[in-house]
Write a protein that binds this ligand. Sequence first.
Ligand SMILES: Nc1ncnc2c1ncn2[C@@H]1O[C@H](COP(=O)(O)OP(=O)(O)OP(=O)(O)O)[C@@H](O)[C@H]1O
Length: 886
Amino acid sequence: MKRTRLHKPPSKEGLVAKEPVTVYCRVRPTPSSSNEGISCIRISPPSHVRLLPPPSALSRKEYQYTFRKVFEESAGQKDVFEEVALPLVQNLLNGRNSLLFTYGVTGSGKTYTMTGTLRDGGIMPRCLDAIFDSIASCQAKRCTFKPDRLNWFEIQPDGIDAEADLYSRIAQNRVKRLEKKNSDPDIAQRVKEEVRQLPVNDDFNYAVFVTYVEIYNNSVFDLLDDIYDENSRIRPPQTKIVREDSNHNMFVHGVNELEVGSTDEAFEAYFYGQKRRRIAQTALNAESSRSHSIFTIRLVHAPLNEQGDGVDPDPKHMIVSQLALVDLAGSERTNRTKNTGMRLKEAGNINNSLLTLRVCLELLRENQNGANKIIPYRDSRLTHLFRNFFDGDGQVSMIICISPVVEECDETMQVLKFAEMAQEVSTSVHTPIRVNLGTPKRRKAIQAYEFEDLLNGEAKENVGLPVPEPLPILFDSLPDLRFFSMEDEDMLSYSKRVIKNGLEELENAQQNLRFDSMLESISNTARRAYKALNDLTEQERLNVLEKEKVASLENKCCQLESQNLNMKRKIEETESQVKRLKHDLILKDSIINRKTRELEKVKDEIPNKMAQAQQKLSQEHEKKLKTERSAWESELKQQKSRMRTARQVLRGAGDASDPKEGNALPSYVTPMRSRIPPSASAESIPNSVARGGNGTGFSGTGVVGARAALFNGGGSTHVFEAPGTGSTNTPRPTSRKMGIAVSNKRHRRSRSAGNDVWLEHRPVHEVPLNTIMQPNLPKRKSVTKLTDAKDVTEKTSKYCLMTQNADSDGDLETRLYKGDVIPTSGGGAQVMFNDVEVLRQYSPSDTSPSRKTPRQIREDLEAACAQSSDANQRKFLSRERRYYEV
Ligand SMILES: Nc1ncnc2c1ncn2[C@@H]1O[C@H](COP(=O)(O)OP(=O)(O)OP(=O)(O)O)[C@@H](O)[C@H]1O
């Protein structure tokens, strides 16, 4: 027995290509328990899936995701296998590593997709079928390769040796030692569907090894570990550690790696492990995986030796590739699963490890875009074990399993988002260089040689040259004297008798023999010999022709083969280009999707931001406006005071004839002035009225009833001329002035009733007016002094205060200050003055030149007022306009 020494795995030589993580999406059929007919998924074949949030969702926005391919609910296991896994099996046969995992919410069909059922197998059994069908003619003798338990293999070129055989027997026994239960799946019932046979290099011998581990609560367990200890007692599962081999590949240290010779053997191993896998019933899945399971198929192949009856013993020529099939446990939300206790702890661990996987992929993507972040592989056993794949040795594919159930819409969205992001990560795929031992197609050549030998042997037996007629057998009953003793007298006498009989017959034949018949026989034989010679010559000629034909055909074949090779190369190039373009497309699609989502998010935020900005702006404007207004008001106040001064100056000009007397009346009004009582002075007018008293009464000729409406709007007085009318319905600006008593306006009596009772407050020494027009106070109570509060509070709704005084020209000026009586909340009343009527009487006989006519006075005042208020108003308006334009 020849054995190779322990050998370090060869360093990675060969072609290295960058491949993106390939993501497929499979939608499971709607479970019968869910809201029938309502689905939150719409598929646009072949690669788009749209998520429609249910009516109850906060946001009703639809999202579209793009993947390499989306499998509809009606897609079968075969469709998924051929599209997703068959290329990975081809990778394995070509010596490349691949990782395929199923990812999704609990109950979305991950285990169904990966394992399937006995009648309708999933990816795993179909992969095994494809592998064994493809390597059928080149399978190595059992135990040609032996795992060294350090993630590599030793070669035993003679095949089975005692130790390896023992190992194999233990491995087989381990599978068989599990008692069969009635509930166990019967592998014989497995339905094997026809799978496509993939091309393999038949100058190599192949062997298949499997391992089956689970990651439960962040600990690794070997599912193929022996259940029993040496004393045949069941032993608890042992945790394994994840280690790095000498070639920096991660592996589970001490894991049982079984050599399997067929799919059924691999299935036995799988079911053995499956019994030990942690599965439990939850609210969402009757058989929910509580752990991540990893079924690894390793294909070991080495070139044939020169004789073609075994493998080349040089371990450097050995190639090991692996296909890891990972069935991840489903992410779950406790509010839906209602898990407690152990199940809750498991769910926490599952979610944590999935989160780590997500984070690692996100950081890998960032690093590929120029960042330089540390990837936290060690945060979870799952990512730690698959570090090689992500860091660059093997193709990574992922199947996202989603359910159309509306209740899962939220979680499904998270899964789809993650998957779309994962597509942007690329991993390196290494294709090893296969050694060329000098004789390609050696296995075929050896087989062809053996076949030729076989044919030649048969041909020799059948060569048909004429054989002379057999002579009559004269002595056929003579026994073989070598086997008898010379002392055996019976045998000797019997033999003598036989020989004598034979000689007699010979003598008879000699007498019958004639020369002619002998000649004829010789000439016949010669004729037949000549014919055979001619036939042989003809055959030789035909052979030469045939050989020429074969040579020309071989030439043609060579040409066609080279053309074929060229075509194949071109097809491969085109395919890889198409693949690259497809990936670019998917990448761009997903980037566009992401960007669109970000844009929509930004769009959503714009109105809010605009509203905030506007609010801020308007607050600032209001502030500015306030300051401007207060500045303007103070300016207005100054203007007013200036106007007051101007008015006083005007008044002073009117009294210039008698500066000492101040308000002294000219002599021609003496009779009239004498009628004015000293008590009816301006000081007796209430403050508000006094302020409003600066409003100007406009006089016509003779006695003119001029109406002046007084408003307490912001301290300003507005004068509206309405000659000859006594209307009090003039519009008023609202008062904002501080200091005015608070009144309860709801108690204000309606004027529409026309039943207002006036309280007329007359001067004690009233000068009779004697004018044609008299104040119109239809229902009135007259008093000269306010002594009783009831006068005001009871029944009275209007108040009129009459004052009489001499004006600046010495004429009699009667003022009627009118207002509403408004009850106060304390039970009293207050008067809100809102109108003043000025009656002025003057003598038409006064013709002094210094005296200004009423028209002149009015025009002067009007001009002064207009000038100041116009200027201020324009200024204010222009400022306001400016603010609003902003
Ligand atoms: N495509 C499908 N066609 C038919 N049945 C399906 C399909 N996908 C899932 N199912 C059924 O749905 C149920 C749950 O599926 P499965 O156990 O594979 O979910 P899971 O994602 O592995 O859940 P968990 O993460 O909890 O292990 C099973 O009964 C399975 O047969």
